[in-house]
Design a protein around this ligand. Structure first.
Ligand code: SF4
Ligand code: SF4
Length: 380
């Protein structure tokens, strides 16, 4: 049975995090000094876009610094890399705004821009070269909600090993969230990380992974196995692990038996999730009532959540147009994007990529009606 170390941490104080990580290693029997000796160690944070750390979109630099303090002075070469969504800002701006550039300079870390380092085919998957060349990978996800996958943590963070806009093609060929989750698992398995350290100290709730809101969850999680970590974190966020697409896909592919891991360190019940809302799209995944099932059968196709451009916030940057894998977004004469609903495959890439939170997710009338009726029935 797998093990996950949990620690409650009140703030991003580097020394406190450093201390917690060392305790976690000791508790899990991880001899980091020997494990990284003579190796090229790749740190893989979440660098989704040019967001400052307090927005809780990207892995916090204090957590990365805490692990750098542990690695520094060891007999290893430290690399850091990720591939953002590929449409907004320059890579340099992303590294600068997220605080990673400063860390790389101070700790002598080799920056690896996955888009620029080349890629190789691993079977049917195109994977960035530094990922394949690294001897040891430490996955450093940010714990967030995700409008398509409900949650992004260890497995989903490895999607960043696919370079640039190639990522969008996986949305295009996926007919359902289940298909997309299967790709995510295959990609993560193409180079399974050696270690996972999840930043949930300030997590993102609501309509993540970029347009949600920060919640001070105070959670740090460490584990060897991506699925054990995601299982435990899903449970803490009140998401049924067996309804989590990536975990379901991993089970079908034979990578996990979907069993709860042994929890070391702090008790999972310590983490207060009372203000942590799941994305609006989660309501599509869970059947609350028999009435819901009836509606799904009767109105299939109308229980939908669609992206809609919010012109008040839109800055006409064109990032959504560039990323849309279905070419469903066109620029209108006044420069605003317009979404062709019939072409939209509801992958929510535009929602994720918009740097100005100008793509809203709108529930269809029938879905809102169902939710209202479901809540009334549950209240009885
Ligand atoms: S909706 Fe967002 S991504 Fe699209 S053009 Fe407007 S600001 Fe840019
Ligand atoms: S409009 Fe948005 S949600 Fe629809 S296919 Fe394009 S990127 Fe995906």
């Amino acid at each position: 049975m797998g093990e996950v170390f949990l620690k409650q941490i009140p703030s991003y104080d580097v020394d406190t995090i450093n201390d917690a990580i060392l305790k976690g290693f000791s508790s899990l029997g991880i001899d980091i000094k020997n494990e990284v000796r003579g190796k090229r160690v790749l740190l893989k944070p979440n660098l989704l876009g040019a967001y400052p750390p307090e927005k809780a979109v990207t892995t916090h630099p204090s957590l990365v610094e805490a692990i750098l303090k542990i690695l520094k002075g060891r007999d290893c070469e430290i690399w850091m890399g990720d591939s953002p969504n590929g449409v907004q800002n320059s890579l340099e701006e992303i590294w600068e705004k997220t605080g990673m550039d400063d860390l790389a300079r101070r700790y002598g870390v080799l920056r690896k821009f996955f888009e620029r380092e080349g890629a190789e085919w691993v079977g049917e998957l195109l994977i960035s070269k530094p990922v394949l060349e690294a001897d040891y990978i430490i996955n450093l996800p940010k714990l967030k909600t995700h409008s398509l996958m409900t949650m992004t943590s260890a497995v989903k963070n490895m999607f960043g090993i696919v370079p640039g806009l190639k990522k969008a093609s996986y949305h295009k060929i996926s007919k359902t969230p289940k298909d997309f989750a299967t790709w995510l698992v295959k990609i993560a398995e193409s180079r399974r990380p050696d270690l996972n350290i999840v930043d949930g100290i300030t997590a993102m709730a609501g309509n993540g992974p970029s347009a949600g809101y920060p919640v001070n969850l105070g959670l740090l999680a460490i584990g060897r196995d991506m699925y054990d970590i995601d299982y435990l974190l899903a449970s803490i966020l009140n998401i049924k692990p067996e309804e989590t697409e990536t975990l379901k896909a991993a089970k079908l592919l034979g990578f996990t038996d979907l069993k709860p891991p042994v929890v070391k360190g702090d008790d999972a019940s310590l983490f207060d999730t009372s203000t942590f809302k799941l994305p609006v799209t989660y309501s599509l995944k869970v059947s609350h009532t028999r009435f819901f099932n009836y509606l799904v059968n009767a109105f299939i196709g109308r229980l939908s959540i669609s992206p809609k451009v919010n012109k008040r916030r839109c800055k006409r940057c064109g990032a959504c147009i560039k990323i849309c894998p279905a070419s469903a977004i066109k620029k209108t004469k006044d420069g605003y994007p317009e979404i062709a609903r019939k072409m939209c495959i509801q992958c929510y890439c535009c929602h994720e990529a918009c740097p100005h939170r100008a793509i809203d997710l709108r529930e269809s009338l029938i879905l809102r009606l169902n939710k209202w009726i479901s809540s009334k029935l549950r209240a009885k």
